[in-house]
Design a binder for this molecule. Structure first.
Ligand SMILES: Cc1cc2nc3c(=O)[nH]c(=O)nc-3n(C[C@H](O)[C@H](O)[C@H](O)COP(=O)(O)OP(=O)(O)OC[C@H]3O[C@@H](n4cnc5c(N)ncnc54)[C@H](O)[C@@H]3O)c2cc1C
Length: 401
């Protein structure tokens, strides 16, 4: 027997689960599938130990999805983004510049939350929505677009007739492949190490990026852990260096990370496992096909700089939701899928390009280039209107760079 639905979401990562909550809260019938069941506890095998900094423009879509009231009590606010250049002969802060949200807004830049906790709250929200069927353990296998529907076959053999298929199935997206859409990929030979630390000095809601070589070392505030200030860390560097750091005995690792942090929060203590993530930039050639769209990492991947990745994904979702709501009778018609591509592709391309440039600047090793980077930071920061434009662009209110 064939099932029918308004929206079939392929992918139950953070983006796919948010999309299921958003479309479900808006009253659409939704089926969301993922072959890998979500891991919803920090200590379980395979838990995603990264954190996500949700920037201001992402909050309305989380609110409309019925998620923000669940997430807010666990979130650490980010009031100041501090950029430190430690590119001199010694790994010490030689230039520190603050971007304070108060310059452009009454609210913080954003709020930081652990990814495993996002999954826990999203799965709980889905259970409240009778019009959403979440099917962990089942994947998207193939699709056949037709005039009025897409016929989707799932990996358990189920046939689904959907008005719209949303590919939220990650950087090697099976939906993108089924649509025959190519993607352009940039590889940097870089990886990221993600983990959490405790420290004696309070972070004062300041998120700090320390630049030296190989990529940024970023500390993002977390709520206190066992009475001690805590932060999430993303440490980017060349692949072999990250492989070495990932297996270093803890005392040696703590000494190296404290030095790499330029001692900004005093000695750092490791309070989680270390997880390794490959770093690429990637952009799909198109964001839509017949009866289907691509969102999140299925559409674009960026290095984790300036908390852009998932925030771009929520901007995809906000645009798609608005279009679908204005065509409720058929949210998968060409008027929706084509408009979605037109609205998002240029904006996403500009952002992928901007973050690629920032990442390359952050990787430079030659002392002269490191000096140039420090000079550029100083110049951009010193002019108040330029600084405000950069902050608004970082939030998604304009294009970066
Ligand atoms: C170290 C690091 C730190 C980051 N920090 C931030 C941050 O602070 N702020 C921010 O905005 N972004 C951040 N990002 C980016 C953010 O984590 C990603 O954008 C986000 O996790 C990707 O989510 P996704 O749901 O698109 O992809 P994924 O998490 O990859 O989810 C894709 C899902 O699709 C599923 N799937 C695969 N095949 C199928 C199939 N056949 N059928 C159905 N489902 C399938 C997979 O099982 C998976 O669950 C960071 C990234 C990294 C690497």
């Amino acid at each position: 027997m064939r099932e029918t639905t308004d929206i079939l979401i392929s992918g139950g990562g953070v983006a796919g689960l948010t999309a299921a909550c958003a479309f479900g809260s808006a009253g659409f019938r939704v089926i969301c599938v993922d072959p890998a069941p979500p891991v919803t506890a920090a200590d379980d095998d395979g838990a995603d130990l990264r954190t996500t900094a949700f920037l201001q423009p992402s909050i309305p879509v989380l609110r409309a999805s019925g998620l923000w009231s669940r997430l807010e009590p666990h979130a650490a606010p980010l009031q100041v983004m501090r950029i430190i250049d430690a590119g001199g002969p010694e790994p010490e802060a030689r230039l520190t510049r603050d971007f304070d949200a108060a310059d452009i807004s009454d609210a913080p830049f954003g709020w930081n939350l652990p990814n495993w906790l996002l999954r826990r709250e999203m799965v709980a929200r889905l259970a409240e929505l009778p019009n959403v069927s979440f099917r962990p353990g089942v994947g998207f296998a193939r699709m056949l677009p037709r005039e009025a529907e897409a016929l989707v076959t799932l990996t358990d053999g189920t046939q689904v007739s959907a008005r719209l298929v949303v590919g939220a199935d990650g950087r090697t997206s099976p939906v993108r492949e089924a649509l025959g859409i190519a993607a352009q990929t940039i590889r940097y030979g870089q990886k990221a190490l993600a983990f959490a630390v405790a420290h004696d000095l309070p972070h004062q809601n300041v998120s700090t990026e320390v630049h030296r070589t190989g990529g940024p070392f970023t500390l993002v505030p977390l709520p206190d852990r066992d009475g001690r200030p805590a932060s999430a860390v993303v440490w980017m560097d060349r692949g072999p260096e990250i492989a070495r750091l990932a297996t270093l005995p803890v005392p040696a690792f703590e000494a190296e990370m404290t030095a790499r942090s330029a001692h900004v929060l005093g000695p750092l203590t490791l309070i989680s496992r270390r997880s390794v993530w490959p770093i690429i930039s990637q952009l799909a050639d198109r964001l839509s096909g017949p009866r289907a769209v691509l969102i999140a990492e299925a559409a674009h991947v960026v290095p984790p700089i300036g908390a852009q990745g998932l925030n771009m994904s929520l901007a995809d979702l906000a645009a798609l939701l608005a279009l679908a709501e204005s065509h409720r009778e058929d949210p998968g018609k060409a008027a929706v899928t084509d408009a979605y591509h037109r609205q998002r592709h240029l904006e996403v391309r500009a952002r992928v390009t901007g973050i690629d440039l920032l990442n390359r600047a952050s990787m430079v090793g030659a002392p002269a280039l490191r000096d140039l980077r420090a000079k550029a930071l100083e110049t951009l920061h010193s002019v108040r209107p330029v600084r405000q434009i950069l902050m608004r662009a970082g939030l998604g209110a304009g294009r970066p760079g």
